[in-house]
Design a binder for this molecule. Sequence first.
Ligand code: RB5
Length: 147
Amino acid sequence: MAKPIALAADHGGFELKEAVKAHLEELGLEYIDFGTHSTDSVDYPDMAVPACDAVVSGQCEKALLFCGTGVGISMAANKIKGIRACCCSDSFSCEYTRRHNDANMLAIGAGFTGKNLAERMVEVFLSTDFEGGRHERRVNKLNAIQP
Ligand code: RB5
């Protein structure tokens, strides 16, 4: 059985996280929601870390992150060894960050990404496999940069 998908958002991403969560349920996909659980102001690094821990530990294989821009929460995630988070605003990038970068986290900016686009981006991200081959060498070099 597939592992659950980790979800995390700050207050800026809360509503889009909830919309994507409902879409995952429609698709029959399991998830673990690491918060936040309201629009009350929180700090995105605090929300990113538990989702990263779930991926690094193997509890989850992939994570979906949400904040106002997708930038802050992806920057926080990329500080953590083993995480390759990509902040995307289109489905092409979502496809290629899986095919070429083996990204294990997708960050979406809720301030400018509509629900329908976010759902499509998530579908593409979750269903696209890493190509390996020459990209494996590059991803290995990426991983080696992390202390
Ligand atoms: C929160 O105000 C906002 O800064 C945050 O959601 C995100 O956009 C940061 O990168």
